[in-house]
Design a protein around this ligand. Structure first.
Ligand SMILES: C[S@@+](CC[C@H](N)C(=O)[O-])C[C@H]1O[C@@H](n2cnc3c(N)ncnc32)[C@H](O)[C@@H]1O
Length: 476
């Protein structure tokens, strides 16, 4: 039987939620199940056992040895963040629908999910849909042709699957982000290499070039570039010549170019933070969504696939108003509101409605207020607070809220907070989720406390990955 740490060859037979391919090994005790993250039915893979249980094991994918008969090798460079780039989008969508509906049946006990299920909304664009990308530098390269690890390298691209120290250089477009930019990235890497300054060495935590973060506005068709470096050897760095090179090669596609010095070795999540100078252009781009305009800076949160987000928001608002409801004179809460997009879009379909948006991130709330002003929207109030604490601090809202829109992070809603939300007594809840498995858990609670699940739709915001967004309509 398999052991933890062992490397094995497996044939993937089925798919479970979250991109878990299922393989089986048969022995005298019957079938033993192995889950391999990011694999696809029909593939023969090399996997490493990471967790061993009595009846099943979890594995990480090391390499696809043979492709599935359903895969068609695309022209794009495969990256670890897009494991299904070679699976035709319609097959990806069929699989996502099937495995996600099973999650509701199993974890939320919605046995009638086939009746409740409303529609699967595909991403309008299957390729180049992202508006943000983060590339890493490393002086340890994983060569994608030979599978060898190369030291003293100058790699720029994405981390090799399952590692944090070695990078696979992106030599052509990944199919996820702006094609012109990604086809240029190799030339940019070669230009930066010639500066003589080293790429970051992740285990040693030294070196100069660390990351490139790029944001895109589809509305303006422009890019905002942030080059993140350390300060080690900065005296030999000529920012002006890098700026001139970018201008020469990418022309007016570049909205702005920033240089950030980040010497923080621990906090990877904040790579774009640090001391920042604007080398040229603007420090933000403007995106348009359903007729409203949003200012996006490097640090702002914004939906990653804006064209698909329009479909997501439209569906969520259809659920808010379903049955020709009028919200005139009513109060709506937009909880976990981020930059307040939903609340602002809601004002386009109603009059004389008070909307209250709450989010824990103060910068998101100030972006929300600024964007509301830019769009000439009134009647929306934004608060920077933890949702649970906010509802505790304002018990007077109980019984006065008509509709609640919820859009929590992947972990779902904290159980105590969910009970406070239920206590508000809203007639209708529209719950958007980027993780149907935590949403399914929360649905169980909603049903226990008298809410009926009326409809569920799925929205594919992230083609070529296992992620899926869901919207549920609940009524008491
Ligand atoms: C999926 S995003 C919401 C996106 C937003 N509805 C939009 O479309 O722009 C989840 C949000 O929950 C916020 N959040 C996480 N935990 C929170 C908490 N305990 N209280 C309030 N907001 C929280 C995050 O800051 C994040 O903006």
């Amino acid at each position: 039987m398999v052991k933890r740490g062992e490397t094995i060859e497996l044939t993937i037979e089925n798919l479970a939620f979250g991109g878990q391919g299922i393989a089986r090994i048969h022995d005298d005790n019957g079938a033993f199940i192995l889950f391999v993250q990011n694999s696809f039915p029909g593939q023969k893979v090399l996997a490493r056992v990471t967790k061993k249980r009595k009846k099943h094991a979890e594995c990480s994918l090391l390499k696809v040895l043979e492709r599935s008969p359903q895969e068609i090798i695309s022209e794009y460079q495969e990256i670890s963040g897009a494991p299904y780039i070679h699976v035709p989008p319609t097959i990806q969508e069929e699989q996502k629908e099937k495995v996600t509906l099973e999650v509701y049946r199993r974890l939320a006990n919605l046995q009638n999910i086939d009746e409740i299920f409303d529609e699967f909304i595909p991403s309008p664009d299957h390729y180049h849909y992202r508006n943000k990308m983060e590339y890493s530098f490393s002086s340890i390269e994983h060569d994608i042709h030979t599978d060898e690890e190369i030291d003293d390298a100058f790699a720029l691209g994405f981390k090799h699957r399952g590692t944090w120290w070695k990078v696979e250089s992106l030599n052509k477009a990944s199919g996820l982000f702006d094609e012109q930019w990604e086809n240029f990235l190799k030339e940019f890497r070669e230009f930066l290499f010639k500066t003589g300054l080293p790429a970051w060495h992740p285990p040693r935590k030294d070196g100069f070039f660390r990351h490139i973060v790029v944001r895109k506005s589809f509305h303006e068709d422009k890019l905002l570039i942030n080059l993140v470096t350390s300060s080690e050897g900065i005296e030999n760095f000529d920012l002006h010549s890098v700026a001139e090179f970018l201008k020469e090669k990418m022309g007016d596609r570049i909205a702005g170019f920033q240089h950030t010095i980040n010497n923080n070795v621990a906090d990877r999540a904040k790579i774009e933070n640090g001391d920042c100078v604007l080398a040229f252009g603007k420090d933000h781009v403007i995106e348009e969504l359903n007729g409203l305009f949003f200012e996006i800076s490097m640090e702002s949160f914004f939906q990653t696939n804006p064209k698909s987000a329009e479909r997501l928001y439209n569906k969520a608002l259809d659920y808010v108003f379903e049955g020709n409801r009028s919200l005139k004179g009513k109060v709506v809460m937009d909880l976990f509101c981020g930059t307040g997009t939903i609340g602002q879009l809601l004002t386009q379909r109603t009059e004389d409605t008070k909307i209250i948006g709450v989010d824990i991130v103060a910068e998101a709330i100030s972006d929300a207020k600024r964007n509301a002003k830019r769009n000439n929207i009134s009647g929306v109030e934004f608060y920077a607070a933890d949702v649970g604490k906010f509802l505790k601090a304002y018990p007077d809202y109980e019984g006065k809220i008509d509709t609640i829109v919820l859009d929590p992070p992947r972990a779902g809603i904290a159980p105590k907070t969910l009970l406070k939300v239920i206590q508000l007594g809203a007639e209708r809840i529209v719950y958007i989720s980027c993780n149907p498995s935590t949403q399914a858990r929360d649905i169980k609670t909603l049903e226990e406390y008298g809410y009926k699940t009326k409809k569920i739709s799925l929205v594919d915001q992230f083609p070529h990955t296992s992620h899926i967004e869901a919207i549920g309509l609940f009524e008491r």
